[in-house]
Write a protein that binds this ligand. Structure first.
Ligand code: FAD
Ligand code: MLT
Ligand code: ZN
Length: 448
């Protein structure tokens, strides 16, 4: 491999050894930048033969400490694997290497009138391979479903260096076990994803975004239900923000919401093919919501710059929280009936010993982002939160990781959401596909 694709210097490795939240740090001494599948295969065969552990890395925006080494694992970066192999305008399938940056891939899709069915705040840095490896959710799962549905094919390299080609671009393929699903969401522990075939829907021609203010969480739930009923097929996103999260964005990023302060806010987006039809539908929904009092203030944006400003209030909450100091970050699935109770209970439980305890997230998917901040890491605060937060989640049959994965930080909490039988089967799959345990060790699977 050319020397400039082998990174050795401590300073050059610093950003790759530290996660986005600045909370997890490894001590790798080498990072490799393969250009294609064959190079990934050669590297893995070499490492496997010598029992050298590796850590696959995309954009390093993961939030559970999965993307950085724990000790001195060799980092294998997909940053040079950015080729787009083909676009089928009729079927909408794009086939590309795994290092394509999500936003760049989406811009490319736009040239063909398509869109990548995934959008998230980290789009400018995360790679499509990282997205698939974490089964990232994001802002439009409500409309386009998860990557288990959108990804049609995957090419991956096993620990042994063997290349597994499951790169079908067919929408229907029932030829035996659908192995691509093993790589989707396995966070680099079963193989390195080198190529992806993804189904991209037509890019909507009309997009409208409303920003609403609400008085109670019950009103948030009623508004979500009414939005589903009244907006139907054009509803493309439904997000919520509580006042504490909004205060954080205002204080730490100096961004201003377009309406007066409220206890809760919602973003409701519609996407369709006929702007006058969509606008009419959205404005009659808003007339209803304001008239019935479930929403007490609201505004609609259609111009890209206003929409972008409103989206930044939601997408940049994670960044705003980091500026408080230390973030205790939880990403959980809960039944809607219990959703905000979790934040209220935790707030009461923690009292005044924290800067803030806030909730926001993908209400349309039942996915709460519960975040607590302190100036610096405080073990007592952590002990007050964990395992209480996981016990609470398990009691209502929720999931302790809705979309971020388990990585290094959450792996020992898997049993709160998975049966022993399921965990054992996962361990057997890991032994089969990576018998020497070189692929992203200490991640996903519990220690014992
Ligand atoms: P990395 O962070 O580099 O890696 C993530 C994991 O995948 C690691 O375990 C890594 O080893 C593995 N991996 C990476 N590439 C490969 C590969 N080619 N083959 C095998 N394994 C690989 N997540 C959501 O689900 N929804 C959100 O809305 C969301 N919003 C975010 C907003 C911000 C501001 C940030 C910082 C993160 C957000 N995330 C979100 C978390 C994160 O999961 C996603 O950003 C993204 O999917 C990670 O992609 P990445 O390329 O950065 O992967
Ligand atoms: C989000 O939806 O903003 C992301 O998942 C990041 C976060 O949880 O803060
Ligand atoms: Zn999220």
């Amino acid at each position: 491999m050319d020397p400039h694709r082998v990174i050795l210097g401590e300073a050059d490795l610093e950003g790759h050894n530290t996660d986005w939240l600045g909370m997890v740090r490894g001590a790798s001494k080498v990072l490799l930048k393969p250009r294609n599948t064959e190079e990934v295969s050669t590297i893995l065969k070499y490492c496997n033969d010598r029992r050298l552990a590796v850590c696959p890395q995309g954009g390093n925006t993961g939030l559970v400490g999965g993307s950085v080494p724990v000790f001195d694992e060799i980092i294998i970066s997909t940053s040079l694997m950015t080729e787009i192999e083909s676009v089928d305008r009729l079927s909408g399938v794009i086939t590309c290497q795994s290092g394509c940056v999500l936003e760049a891939l989406d811009q490319y899709a736009a040239e063909y009138g398509l869109m990548v069915p995934l959008d998230l705040g980290a789009k400018g840095s995360c790679h499509i391979g990282g997205n698939v490896s974490t089964n990232a959710g994001g802002l439009r799962v409500l409309r386009y479903g998860s990557l288990h549905g959108s990804v049609l094919g995957v090419e991956a390299v096993l620990a042994s260096g063997e290349i597994v080609n499951c790169l079908s671009a067919m929408k229907k393929d029932n030829t035996g076990y659908d192995l691509k699903h093993l790589f989707i969401g396995s966070e680099g522990t079963l193989g390195i994803i080198t190529k992806i075939a993804i189904n991209c829907p037509p890019r909507p021609q009309a997009v409208n975004l409303s920003f609403l203010g609400l008085q109670t969480f019950d009103d948030v739930l009623t508004t979500f239900r009414e939005a589903k009923d009244k907006l139907g097929e054009i509803l493309s996103s439904c997000e919520f923000i509580d006042s504490s999260s909004m205060q954080c964005v205002e204080e730490n990023l100096k961004l201003k919401p377009p309406i007066e302060p409220h206890p809760f806010y919602m973003l409701i987006e519609t996407s369709g093919s006929n702007s006058s039809h969509d606008e009419e539908k959205l404005s009659s929904f808003l007339d209803y919501a304001l008239g019935s009092g479930i929403v007490t203030d609201g505004t609609v944006a259609t111009e890209p710059s206003r929409m972008q400003h409103i989206w930044s209030l939601r997408e940049r909450i994670a960044e705003a929280l980091v500026k408080d100091g230390y973030t205790y970050k939880y990403d959980i699935s809960l039944p809607h009936s219990e959703f905000y109770k979790m934040v209220e209970d935790m707030r009461n439980h923690l009292g005044t010993g924290v800067i803030r305890c806030c909730g926001y997230g993908h209400i349309g998917d039942g996915n709460l982002h519960l975040n607590i901040t302190t100036q610096e890491f405080d073990k007592n605060v952590l002990n007050q939160i964990e395992p209480a937060v996981y016990e609470w989640t398990a009691k209502v049959n929720g999931s302790v990781s809705a979309e971020h994965g388990l990585g290094f930080k959450k792996r020992n909490f898997m049993h709160y959401s998975k049966s022993l039988g399921a965990i054992n089967l996962m361990k057997q799959l890991k032994s089969l596909m990576d018998p020497n345990g070189i692929l992203n060790p200490y991640k996903v699977l519990p220690e014992t």
